[in-house]
Design a protein around this ligand. Structure first.
Ligand code: NAD
Length: 266
């Protein structure tokens, strides 16, 4: 008996990185998975790969900032799979820039993709959860939502994700819908590929107690836990997975001139 046998999961951002590894983990534990991502080619490729491993997986090419598309995607998932048990909201973009460097258009884009998409996903998924008698939502936030770093829009969006998670947990508990967040530190994904190519991982390694970036599967394992009945008494939590980075106060300065500017790429 697997933890997700007969369960149906939607994973936004499921074509890459943390979303893809989470989809793989859920499939391995018995779930049918809908990969929701606007990168159609990678989503189709991932669906084919996971399908070849025996999973029931379908790709949906959707921009998570588009209300109509998200609504249609959830309707299509229900038509295809018949029910909805888990939503993992992993679609996201990184952005660098201080207040002075961030134009309003960029601010709005980051807030749309990283925060408003989670509101939309909840709006469109909750009616389906209610029909099933409950479910679990896992939102991928970031430690950037807990501390001031230089990326003004990203920090605001991710802080919003943590706050929205708590609010939804409170609102939806009566419907037996649990809502939790995960705040990763640095994870090896496409999101920070350019900065890693410039040596960011090596520069940060000394400041991270575990001495390295996370692998996406180390975040996926926690996603699966929060989405499963093993976490049946957890809701409104923000699970920090950062190799100890936020647990210690280090007197040595962040490697200049990079500082927290290294948090992601545009
Ligand atoms: N990589 C890290 O160090 C790190 C750290 C903390 C938090 N996060 C968060 O983890 C989540 C996943 O990021 P990742 O690191 O796996 O990056 P990634 O780039 O590998 O994956 C992100 C996925 O989201 C999709 N996406 C982006 N905008 C979209 C849109 N408008 N509609 C639909 N899909 C869209 C992309 O196509 C991509 O497949 C993000 O929310 C990110 O902010 C990442």
């Amino acid at each position: 008996m697997n933890r997700f046998d007969a369960r149906v999961a939607v994973v936004t951002g499921g074509a890459s990185g943390i979303g893809l590894e989470t989809a793989a983990r859920l499939v391995a534990e018995g779930a049918a998975v809908a990969l929701v991502d606007f990168d159609e080619a990678n989503a189709e490729r991932a669906a084919a790969q996971l399908g070849a491993q025996g999973g029931r997986v379908k790709a949906y090419a959707v921009d998570v900032t588009d209300e109509g598309s998200i609504r249609a995607a959830y309707a299509a998932v229900i038509a295809e799979f018949g029910r909805l048990d888990v939503v993992v909201n992993s679609a996201g973009i990184a952005a660098r820039g201080t207040l002075d460097e961030t134009e309003f258009e960029e601010w709005r884009r980051v807030l749309d993709v990283d925060l408003s998409s989670i509101y939309l996903s909840a709006r469109m998924s909750v009616p389906h959860f209610r029909r099933n008698g409950g479910g679990a939502i896992v939102n991928i936030a970031s430690i950037a939502g807990m501390f001031g770093v230089v990326n003004v829009a990203y920090v605001a969006a991710k802080g919003g994700v943590i706050a929205l998670t708590r609010q939804l947990a409170n609102e939806l508990a009566a419907d037996n819908i649990r809502v939790n967040a995960i705040s990763p530190g640095f994870v090896v994904t496409a999101l920070n590929m350019e900065l890693r190519a410039q040596g960011a991982e090596e520069r940060w390694a000394g400041r991270i107690p575990l001495g390295r970036y996370a692998k996406p599967r180390e975040i996926a394992a926690a996603c699966a836990f929060l989405a499963s009945d093993d976490a049946s008494y957890m809701t409104g939590e923000n699970l920090v997975i950062d190799g100890g980075l936020s647990a210690v106060l280090r007197p040595d300065p962040v490697p200049a001139p990079y500082a927290c500017m290294e948090y992601g790429t545009r």
